[in-house]
Design a protein around this ligand. Structure first.
Ligand SMILES: Nc1ncnc2c1ncn2[C@@H]1O[C@H](COP(=O)(O)OP(=O)(O)OP(=O)(O)O)[C@@H](O)[C@H]1O
Ligand SMILES: [Mg+2]
Length: 329
């Protein structure tokens, strides 16, 4: 299998006043060339930290990093920040979680895109403007000329996200990380942006990592899914296999927390009771045990390893779904 990005045994810790916070624990993940991979998990599970670390964007005196990242045949972990920066921007790009903080609200859209083209690709002013208009059309903004003169604060959330996507694809990246690209958007605009990403991926032959807390979003938009919980991958499989053959109680709980169009009005959505464990002290057993409806004594005593069920399907559970066990009352 040809991989565009390969993450091996990654550990990321932050030094905090409360001690070492373990944000990512022993994560290994391959992104096959041309594929779309979803990283799913609730808030605080480590999705953004993992993505930023994979792109070489995490540094600083409070970060402790272990593991290996190979992008397009080159090992990023041994590169200097300068080298990573050269790689990032042309090879990899990221759409950040919050477009309003990533865009300068009081500078014109056209200026911001053109400037990033001039800096990163060394384009002339004139060429950068021409390319900016091309990019704005590529992300299906109706009147690109008019958009050049607008300020981000004048745009709707969906339009802002299209501008962010235009910036991200401006250097024709081989791999695009989209970190919660649709979280702040309403359902209709969300599906338009996901459609746009999927069209662009095909047109530009990009691979993509789609980060989201919503299993519904990965269902139609990814080839593979990795489910994260408390900094670890707890289940990973080709998307169709995951939905057909779910193993982890946590993934099932995430699935039950998705609203569906067919849901009776007035019916309450299942929420996952409890909270993520404290990331500064890892539990002895399974991290999900305190919240798991199927918990057994072994689950709180021993940490489950990631095991392979066949069909490329990995899971981290002592008592996977499908086995008959008594449910906790
Ligand atoms: N710079 C930092 N310093 C200390 N802790 C951090 C830092 N960045 C992230 N964390 C912690 O790392 C853990 C994982 O955070 P991360 O942002 O990756 O979660 P996430 O899955 O992206 O959540 P969300 O869905 O809310 O974006 C959290 O406990 C968070 O508080
Ligand atoms: Mg995040």
């Amino acid at each position: 299998m040809n991989t565009i990005l390969s993450i091996a045994a990654m550990n990321i810790k932050f030094v905090t006043p409360r001690g070492l916070l373990e944000a990512v624990h022993e994560v290994s993940l391959d992104i096959p060339v041309g594929s779309s991979v979803g990283i799913v998990g609730e808030s605080g599970s480590g999705k953004t930290v993992l993505s930023r670390a994979a792109m070489g964007l995490l540094s600083g005196s409070t970060v402790r990093r272990e593991g290996k990242v190979v992008f397009d045949g080159k090992e990023l972990t041994t590169m200097t920040r300068e080298q990573v920066r050269n790689e990032f921007g042309t090879g990899m790009a990221m759409i950040f979680q919050d477009p309003m903080t990533a865009l300068n609200p009081v500078r014109r859209v056209g200026t911001q895109i053109a400037e990033s083209l001039r800096i990163r690709l060394g384009m002339s002013k004139k060429a950068a403007v021409v390319r900016t208009i091309e990019l704005l059309s590529l992300v299906q903004i109706p009147d690109p000329q008019a958009m050049l003169r607008k300020f981000p604060y004048q745009l709707s959330g969906g339009m802002r996200q299209r501008v962010m996507i235009a910036i991200a694809i401006s250097c024709s990246p081989k791999l695009l990380f989209a970190d919660e690209p649709t979280t702040a958007l309403d359902v209709t605009v969300q599906s338009q942006i996901l459609q746009l990403l999927s069209d662009l991926r095909r047109e530009l032959k990009m691979s993509m990592v789609l980060v989201t807390h919503d299993l519904g979003v990965v269902a139609g938009n990814t080839d593979y899914v990795a489910v994260m919980y408390a900094g670890e991958i707890v289940e990973q499989a080709p998307t169709s296999e995951l939905f057909a053959n779910m193993k982890m109680p946590y993934t099932e709980a995430l699935l039950k927390s998705i609203p569906t169009i067919h849901m009776q009005s007035g019916k309450r959505l299942a929420v996952i009771e409890g909270r993520l464990p404290d990331p500064t002290s890892r539990l002895q057993g399974c991290s999900f045990a305190p919240r798991c409806p199927y918990v057994q004594p072994k689950c709180t005593a021993e940490h489950p390893p990631l095991v392979n069920a066949g069909n490329d399907h990995l899971y981290r559970c002592w008592f996977p779904l499908g086995q008959t066990i008594a449910r906790k009352q």
